[in-house]
Design a protein around this ligand. Structure first.
Ligand code: SF4
Length: 155
């Protein structure tokens, strides 16, 4: 094998055998204590959850609402239905404070989360319950399920 090829290969190999590959999983970014929630304040870091999952998985954090182009802080939407209804029946999501139709942001963010999940090879996602995006029945939750990624709702 030529030197160049050897160098290139070393970029993709772990330097020792202790680095066993772990399964990647998606996780709601706000569980890490990152202030990505609608109110812009730092959410409680879910240390126990992160430690437990981190032993078994590589955690890939995503915030679908930010991925979908929404600012932080932003309006706090409530989903009066399910993500499936948004996707299949055109149920719209409106910002309560401004009346703006923010449906596209939620769908875009969900699609980006699916894209990231596919790129990293995630088969499951641990998402925050009660969110119009992240809940298992939310827009992102629904899109991930349809893409074959199992969604675990974390209360
Ligand atoms: S969209 Fe998901 S990750 Fe982002 S703040 Fe809401 S619950 Fe957390």
């Amino acid at each position: 094998m030529k030197n160049g090829n050897l160098k290139q290969m070393s970029l993709f190999q772990s330097e020792n055998n202790r680095c066993k590959p772990k399964e990647p999983v998606l996780i709601s970014l706000c569980f890490l204590g990152v202030p990505c929630r609608w109110h812009g304040r730092r959410a409680r870091k879910r240390t126990g959850l992160i430690e437990k999952l981190g032993k078994k998985y590589v955690l890939v954090p995503v915030c679908p609402e930010q991925l979908g182009g929404m600012p932080t802080p932003r309006t706090g939407e409530y989903l009066s239905g399910t993500g499936a209804r948004v996707l299949d029946e055109g149920l719209a999501i409106y910002a309560p404070e401004t009346g703006e139709d923010v449906t596209k942001h939620h769908i875009d963010g969900g699609n980006y989360a699916v894209e990231i999940g596919k790129i990293v090879g995630a088969c499951r996602a641990y998402l925050k319950g009660g969110s119009p995006s992240c809940d298992r029945e939310g827009v992102t939750g629904e899109l991930l399920k349809r893409a074959g990624i199992k969604v675990i709702r974390v209360p």
